[in-house]
Design a protein around this ligand. Structure first.
Ligand SMILES: CC(C)(COP(=O)(O)OP(=O)(O)OC[C@H]1O[C@@H](n2cnc3c(N)ncnc32)[C@H](O)[C@@H]1OP(=O)(O)O)[C@@H](O)C(=O)NCCC(=O)NCCS
Length: 145
């Protein structure tokens, strides 16, 4: 059974592990706790039998925009609709908040994620040269609500 709920402070280690394994990035626990305080609606986890295996974290950028900072589904759980479900919840919560557009960044080489976001109605709105720490370019994507 998959359950989706808002992030709780006790989730921080599981979330950090998934981000490290999936996105290859390590962030201090304080980052997750700070973001959850800023906009809890935009920070959700998905659980299978009580174990966290996916997360989405976003922020508000002013009154009209929300931005997805991280979306990660543990490898064994991909292609089951969990990423889509987290994004759908994020889109719904953004709309309830009166947000007009959702933005995110994705690596140019991440063809799977680019197709995933396109299917959800995101469009490439710009190139971000050397956006990532390893100098890879990024695409900015936007979905107008
Ligand atoms: C990108 C990512 C979040 C997608 O999560 P996911 O849970 O696999 O997404 P979904 O299952 O909802 O959709 C993925 C694909 O599975 C397909 N799918 C969805 N449910 C399915 C099911 N029940 N059976 C088979 N396929 C299914 C979808 O059609 C989709 O296909 P597409 O990508 O060709 O359009 C995930 O692959 C991931 O964490 N990747 C690594 C981290 C990453 O790249 N994050 C984004 C950085 S910007």
């Amino acid at each position: 059974m998959i359950e989706v709920r808002e992030f709780r402070p006790e989730d921080v280690d599981s979330v950090s592990e998934i981000v490290q394994a999936t996105l290859g990035e390590f962030y201090p626990r304080s980052l997750y706790l700070e973001k959850s305080r800023q906009w809890l609606d935009g920070f959700m986890v998905a659980l299978n039998d009580g174990r966290i295996m996916a997360m989405i974290m976003g922020v508000l950028e002013g009154r009209a925009e929300s931005r997805v900072l991280m979306l990660a589904v543990s490898a064994p759980y991909r292609h089951r609709g969990i990423g889509s479900r987290l994004m759908a919840d994020f889109i719904r919560k953004s709309a309830m908040h009166g947000i007009g557009r959702i933005t995110l960044e994705v690596r140019k080489s991440n063809i799977g994620a680019l197709r995933f976001y396109s299917r959800l109605g995101f469009q490439i709105s710009g190139v971000l040269p050397m956006y990532y720490s390893d100098m890879e370019d990024g695409f900015r994507m936007v979905k107008v609500l």
